[in-house]
Design a protein around this ligand. Structure first.
Ligand code: ADP
Length: 621
């Protein structure tokens, strides 16, 4: 290893990296041991990348056919080395990869740390913070690397402060050696028994052999990890802890798997699948650029973890491995698109996962409700896209209702329906409090007609796609006319004999005339019991909440004209109809419309007018 002293360059870390390094070096933490998990995981990735490249580039592996990871430790020298003979890094790779922050998990970690006290890194193990975690245990780190496709090799080194050095440095074989100079307070990690237990704890199922050698004694290096691909083993021989560790390795989730789905598909397409349902919601679940977490292998050879087509996006929270001998080893990643084998695998695993979810939805209700609160909104995306799974997804849905906070399914709803009820009533709004306090619900609550609360933004979208469940149509109670006459309790079926129908009609006509430009119609409400007035969307136009959502995304969306419903049993409406001749019709009409808007949670365009009219009413009642 002669130092040629060529091309030596000192570079400054990206600001976020410096911040992260500072956190790593100066904090108190309880899970420092994860640095080794992170380095081994990088080495395994480098081996997988090389093995994949070698499929199309003959001779790339050269003489070193066995891909492996070597860990060396010396108490005397106070060093730990992690070496792999994987893909290696060029000079530019070293700068791009180890001078900036690439991994979204790391950014998340920094975000999370900002909201915590500076010295609390206790939950660091839940984040994949990658290479930089070396600085938890090391005061300086060297990375010597030779790319599999280049002759030159380079040394990256840094004390983990503001800058790092990159220089030419000779290295015989391809791959990477990361050397950590262990800090005084971390010398516990210089013990080879400790390292062995960390490797088996976190990295047992890394699919390359991991060898450990204590440089201070003469004993031979020893292979530590199990290594054989877990997904190919017989289920009978796999312990729950093995499944868990593998799950943690592949997903970068550090919770327990809620369910493990491990099976062999034989038939038209043969593949082996090991899939997990997580317990907790991954932090980046709703991030736009989030990809699925499925790794695709062909006969134990890693092909890609970037195949959109292998699992629907609405199951993107499921990590796992698919290994199939029915895909050609020489397949390029591009050729995976529109590949009939992949399409069949996708269909197979989707059905399998939905079956598993269906089973535990009825057998383990509490667990299922927790699962639903974490992943329900994502699964509903599956109803918005065109696919064959709607019949399996719909029974999985759970909702709170106007009757109780307890979650119910659509089947439960059908059982609760009144005998004359033809439609499944729902109220869609992401603000549950708004729904609960909304006048739209009054008539339903008074008559004990259940209404489903649809509180995920995605609800509005899938409801446009799915009109019915078991022949019953979904009906928004914020849109169009709701005819509750048949469903009302007898005590509520008051006839209008005592009301002065002419006067009410006069009021309706006044409102229609004065508000002609602003609303499409004025009708007598069937659903109001307490509030005097209400705005609803026209049957043919967009649901009110949908319109608000669309406006948030596209400011140009035109306001559609609403229907004004009035409660003719309300004392205010009765009084107004009786005193109609004594008041200014324009002011009265606008005042009522403003009230309806306030009830609907809208901001008034001219609050001054509203207050003036209201004040007028007080002064000249
Ligand atoms: P991540 O592994 O999540 O991308 P890291 O900070 O751990 O984040 O590593 C950054 C990048 O550095 C990796 O994506 C990879 O490209 C490169 N890298 C790290 N270690 C190695 C290695 N042993 N061999 C080849 N490349 C590596």
């Amino acid at each position: 290893m002669a130092d040629t002293k060529n091309n030596k360059e000192s570079l400054v870390f990206q600001a976020e990296v410096s911040k992260l390094l500072d956190l790593m070096a100066n904090s108190l933490y309880s899970e420092r041991e994860i640095f080794l998990r992170e380095l081994i995981s990088n080495s395994a990735d480098a081996c997988e990348k090389l093995r994949y490249e070698a499929l199309s580039k003959k001779g790339l592996l050269g003489k070193e056919k066995e891909l492996k990871i070597n860990i060396r430790v010396s108490k005397k020298k106070k060093i730990i080395e992690v070496e792999d003979n994987g893909i290696g890094m060029s000079r530019q790779d070293l700068i791009d990869n180890l001078g900036t922050i690439a991994r979204s998990g790391t950014n998340k970690f920094i975000e999370a740390m900002k909201t915590k006290k500076g010295d609390d890194l206790s939950s660091i193990g839940q984040f994949g913070v990658g290479f930089y975690s070396s600085y938890m245990v090391a005061d300086s780190v060297k990375v010597l690397s030779k790319s599999a496709e280049l002759e030159e090799s380079f040394l990256w080194s840094s004390k983990g402060k503001d800058n790092y050095i990159v220089e030419s440095f000779s290295k015989e074989n391809r791959g990477t050696i990361v050397t950590l100079n262990i800090k005084k307070d971390s010398d516990e990690f210089l013990d080879s028994f400790r390292l062995r237990s960390i490797i088996t704890k976190y990295s047992n199922y890394i699919p390359f052999p991991i060898y450990l050698k204590d440089l201070d004694n003469k004993e031979k290096e020893e292979k530590i990890n199990e290594g054989n691909p877990l997904w190919l083993k017989d289920k009978k021989n796999i312990k729950p802890e093995d499944y868990k560790q593998f799950y943690n390795n592949i997903s970068f989730n550090f919770d327990e798997p809620l369910k493990t789905i491990h099976y062999n598909a034989e038939g038209v397409i043969n593949y082996r699948a090991l899939l997990y349902i997580p317990t907790n919601q991954p932090m980046d679940l709703f991030q736009q650029d989030r990809k699925n977490k499925i790794k695709l292998y062909v006969q134990k050879v890693f092909i890609t973890d970037d195949c959109d087509e292998i699992i629907p996006n609405w199951l993107r929270f499921i990590p796992g491995v698919i290994d199939s001998q029915d895909i050609s080893l020489n397949i390029s990643r591009e050729m995976l698109q529109n590949n009939p084998v992949i399409t069949k695998i996708k269909k197979g695993i989707t059905t399998k996962i939905l079956n598993e979810i269906t089973t535990f939805s009825s057998k383990e209700v509490d667990t299922y409700h927790k699962f639903w609160s974490n992943f329900g909104a994502v699964i509903k995306e599956g109803l918005y896209e065109f696919n064959d799974h709607h019949d399996k997804i719909l029974p999985l849905l759970r909702f709170q209702t106007s009757e109780s906070e307890d979650l119910i399914s659509l089947d439960d709803y059908l059982k609760k329906m009144k005998s004359d009820q033809k439609e499944i009533y729902y109220f869609a709004n992401t603000d549950k409090d708004h729904i609960k306090n909304s006048p739209q619900l009054e008539g339903f609550i008074a008559n004990k007609i259940p209404v489903l609360f649809m509180t995920d933004a995605v609800d509005e979208f899938w409801l446009q796609n799915i009109q019915k469940f078991k022949e019953k149509e979904f009906k928004s109670i914020t849109k169009g006319k709701v005819d509750l006459s048949k469903l009302k309790k007898d005590s509520d079926k008051k006839d209008n004999i005592n009301k002065n129908v002419t006067k009410i009609n006069d009021l309706i006509n006044v409102l229609k005339k004065e508000l002609e430009a602003k609303i499409s119609n004025v009708i007598i409400s069937d659903r109001l019991t307490k509030s005097p007035i209400l705005l609803v969307a026209d049957e043919t136009s967009m649901d009110i909440n949908m319109e608000k959502l669309m406006k948030m995304h596209n400011k140009k969306t035109q306001d559609s004209k609403k229907i004004l419903e009035i409660n003719v049993d309300h004392p205010m409406i009765i009084k107004l109809s009786e005193t109609l001749t004594k008041v200014d019709h324009k002011k009265l009409s606008n005042l009522l419309l403003d009230q309806a808007n306030i009830l609907d949670g809208n901001v008034l365009s001219n609050p001054t007018n509203y207050i003036e009219s209201l004040t007028d009413l007080f002064i000249k009642p």
